[in-house]
Design a protein around this ligand. Structure first.
Ligand code: GRG
Length: 297
């Protein structure tokens, strides 16, 4: 297994490889896609996908198209979330948001293009494995896991509920739905799909399904805490409509102290859910859970 930064370096080296050649007449589309893909970020989702494949004993280079696909989907979601019709943010990762640079029309299309490219590159990967039905099956299942997590019973559903979210009519069930779908789905999917590509058995997938769900929830709660404590603004996020409209989230509904306690409980439970595996093998995932609990960005 590699370190987080080593997986990240592999991803960043190849992140533009899967963007198709775009006709020069539509050059601005490529510029918009490239601008947001290459503007930094933790690369958490693709790193987890490669690490999960590695953990399962697979070849991380076979998982690379899926890792890039999930980062494209994540990037599209951020571009669209920043639009005036959604959170109306001027800054993302300390840089002007995509629509501030390219205009709303191209930002919408750039986001659409990233989502479509993610699907296209996964389908292209399937065509390379027609002669190996076992591998084809594993890769198709991984593609389905990613597409579902990004879709109408995953991130998009979570975003819809969040867009209509109002502090006045929030409930725990409501907040749980948003956190599990808007953010959690795209945190779990890379772990499950990476394990699948690597050929993990059911015992491993079952344990990591619990781990992934718990760190997905923990990640969103830590984001809520960062939003409330102002650390997010210091790191280049603007207080968009979300903060102005007092939308419900775990930290707002339960208070910052309870949010911190819940974050710690989720982290510990996530680590416990994979305790049956060898210390050295699972180290990446125990360290990751602790790192996410402590994160400041
Ligand atoms: C537009 C369909 C659609 C969905 C948008 C991603 C999202 C859903 C909304 C973004 C709002 C937000 C800040 C959610 C909290 C969790 C989250 C996704 C944070 C950003 O992810 P990081 O921290 O970002 O992994 P980096 O910059 O590191 O890539």
């Amino acid at each position: 297994m590699y370190s987080y930064d080593e997986y990240k370096a592999i991803i960043e080296k190849h992140l533009l490889d899967y963007i198709p050649v775009i006709d020069i007449k539509a050059r601005t589309l490529f510029d918009s896609m490239e601008y947001s893909i290459m503007s930094g970020g933790k690369r958490l989702r693709p790193v987890m996908l490669l690490a999960a494949c590695d953990f399962a004993g697979g070849d991380i280079y076979e998982a690379l198209p899926f890792a890039c696909a999930i980062e494209y989907i994540h990037t599209y979601s951020l571009i669209h979330d920043d639009l005036p019709a959604m959170d109306d943010d001027d800054l993302r990762r300390g840089n002007p948001t995509n629509h501030k640079v390219f205009g709303e029309d191209i930002a919408i299309l750039g986001g659409d293009a990233l989502l479509n490219t993610a699907m296209e590159l996964m389908f292209r990967d399937f065509t390379y494995h027609f002669d190996n039905p076992e591998k084809l099956k594993r890769h198709c299942c991984a593609g389905l896991t990613i597409a579902k997590a990004a879709g109408v019973n995953g991130m998009i559903a979570g975003q819809v509920v969040d867009v209509k979210n109002n502090i006045k009519d929030c409930s725990h069930e409501f907040v749980d739905f948003i956190e599990e779908n808007k953010t959690g789905a795209l945190i779990s999917a890379p772990i499950i799909s990476g394990l699948g590509i690597g050929g993990a058995d059911k015992e491993v997938v079952d344990a990591f399904t619990i781990y992934a769900r718990l760190i997905g929830k923990a990640f969103q709660i830590s984001d809520d805490i960062l939003d409330m404590t102002g650390s997010a603004e210091e790191l280049g996020k603007t207080p968009g409509k979300d903060s102005q409209q007092e939308k419900a989230n775990f930290a707002i509904v339960n208070g910052i102290e309870q949010a911190r306690q819940e974050l710690h409980k989720l982290t510990i439970t996530a680590i416990e859910s994979i305790e049956r595996f060898e210390t050295q093998d699972k180290k990446f995932f125990t360290d990751l859970a602790l790192k996410l609990e402590q994160r400041r960005a």
